[in-house]
Design a protein around this ligand. Structure first.
Ligand code: NAI
Length: 466
């Protein structure tokens, strides 16, 4: 069953009536999503308020090239913002009362002492209420992990809590707040990450920290059709998140190999046919699957990226769980991911990408999901470890941990739990398969190498787990 409150929220009349009646009904805001392929200027016509800092040069170039107009306190007559404004013919505006920015970027990469955190308050307190619906707040920082003292680590990590809370405060209006933690030496990767997090493609990512690293070489900067000429394998692509991902990858230029179970021949063939991709029918639970799939992939000339998406739930409390439920979930969601990666390793080109589907259940745990949460928690550790192993080949490995996404998997959840799953999110709704697909495309793209080793939550700010 669809989301009744979201459907109601789409009708301005209903919204007005609910407000007039004073009914405490939290009608979620329909999220603004991107409706076409990656564009040269995803922020065209947007006005963005910037609190400047050490990364001014990259922030100015990124926003200017993406089509935005920047507002700075006091405007800018010189420096990187003035130069970018001149290059793209969009003068830097002064921040004036009554402005309604589409987004705010706060550069706190220079913060080294708790007192420096005041910048976050000073920059956002006056404007946060006026950020437009479905707008963006991005805080740039350095990772706590690379801090050279306890004082600096505390300062940096404080921003994590700041952004998580802010995401909750602004989520009801569809606004997202994220923290981009940039490693020293990875500044040249910020542009692609910032473009993604400022754009409508990250509509269901909020309250998250993403680390920008230089673990693998940056791919060639491609603002449009980032996957042109690449072949990508997507497991479990007959429906749900897998099918949405296959479509999004094809939209960005990839040839997609659609893999699903033999009994799902009809829906899998339909997706493969629609995308003019390849079809691989294999039951991943079968012990021969990794070798069979490797042979099939080799016959397609190898791949540039693998999306380990196939997954199953077989919920029961541990006391009531039969062996088959345990074995199937651990096998399909974790065991085969490890085996298939090894079997495909010779057929995955250097510089390629691997994206694994985890789940916030792997972070928080759920009653009745000891098997599922174990399998997904395994993925959470597999991603950074594999990223380190494959870095010498320039292969980027990342993960996505979806929250509540509207698919067959979640349609099977009892109604009350399903409603709770939706409303727990800061954005007050479940995500769409396309929301996860957009993040996977970004991670599978050359630019996504900046997030190698990272697992990104796509949960609308469902604050379950870490
Ligand atoms: P879905 O049930 O709609 O699609 C999963 C696909 O995997 C199906 O097409 C299915 O046939 C395929 N599959 C299952 N077992 C297979 C096997 N043995 N061999 C080959 N293919 C197999 O599920 P959904 O929601 O699209 O999930 C996709 C991934 O996202 C899964 O890994 C799931 O655990 C993960 N996820 C989904 C969430 C959600 O809210 N929908 C939340 C968190 C994670």
């Amino acid at each position: 069953m669809g989301d009744f409150l979201l459907a109601l929220g789409r009708r301005p009349g209903a919204r007005r009536v609910v407000k007039q009646l004073g009914v405490p009904l939290p009608l979620p805001v329909p999220l603004a999503r991107a409706d076409g392929p990656w564009a040269e200027r995803p922020l065209d016509g947007q006005s963005i308020y910037v609190a400047p800092g050490p990364l001014d040069a990259v922030v100015a170039t990124t926003l200017g090239a993406a089509g935005a107009t920047v507002s700075l306190a006091g405007g800018a007559t010189s420096g990187p913002f003035a130069a970018a404004a001149a290059a793209w013919g969009r003068p830097v505006a002064d921040v004036t009362a009554g402005d309604r920015p589409h987004a705010v970027v706060v550069d706190l990469t220079g913060a080294v002492d708790p007192a420096d955190l005041r910048v976050a308050y000073d920059a956002l307190h006056p404007v946060v209420r006026s950020v437009r619906g479905c707008g963006r707040v991005v805080v740039l920082a350095r990772p706590a992990e690379t801090a050279t003292s306890a004082r600096i680590a505390a300062t940096r990590h404080a921003l994590d809590g700041f952004v998580r809370s802010l995401a909750k405060e602004v989520g009801a209006r569809g606004v997202t707040a994220n923290l981009v933690a940039v490693d020293e030496g990875a500044e040249d990767r910020v542009e692609a990450t910032l473009r993604f997090f400022m754009s409508a493609r990250s509509a269901f990512v909020t309250g998250q920290r993403v680390r920008v690293r230089a673990l693998v070489p940056a791919g060639p900067p491609r603002q449009v059709r980032p996957l042109d000429g690449q072949t990508v394998l997507v497991t479990g692509a007959a429906r749900g998140i897998g099918a949405a991902t296959a479509r999004a990858l094809a939209r960005e230029g990839a040839r997609v190999l659609v893999l699903d179970r033999p009994e799902d021949d009809a829906p899998a063939s339909k997706v493969a046919h629609e995308l003019r991709g390849g079809l691989i029918l294999a039951d991943l639970a079968h012990p021969d699957a990794p070798a069979d799939v490797a042979r099939a992939v080799a016959s397609h000339g190898g791949v540039d990226a693998i999306i380990h998406n196939a997954g199953v739930t077989r919920d029961r409390t541990l006391a009531n769980m039969d062996e088959a439920r345990w074995d199937t979930v651990l096998r399909v969601n974790l065991g085969v991911v490890v085996e298939l990666t090894s079997a495909l390793s010779p057929h995955l080109r250097d510089g390629g990408r691997i994206v694994c589907l985890a789940s916030i259940a792997g972070l928080a745990g759920n009653v009745g999901q000891t098997n599922y949460a174990a399998s997904k928690a395994g993925i959470l550790a597999y991603v950074p470890a594999l990223a380190a192993e494959l870095a010498p080949r320039g292969i980027g490995v990342s993960g996505v941990a979806p929250g509540f996404i509207e698919t067959r998997l979640t349609a099977a959840i009892p109604l009350a739990t399903r409603e709770a799953g939706r409303r727990l999110a800061a954005l007050g709704q479940g995500g769409q398969p396309e929301d996860v697909a957009e993040v996977i495309v970004y991670l599978a793209s050359p630019a996504g190498g900046a997030s190698s080793g990272e697992v990104l939550r796509v949960c609308g700010g469902a604050f379950l787990g870490r």
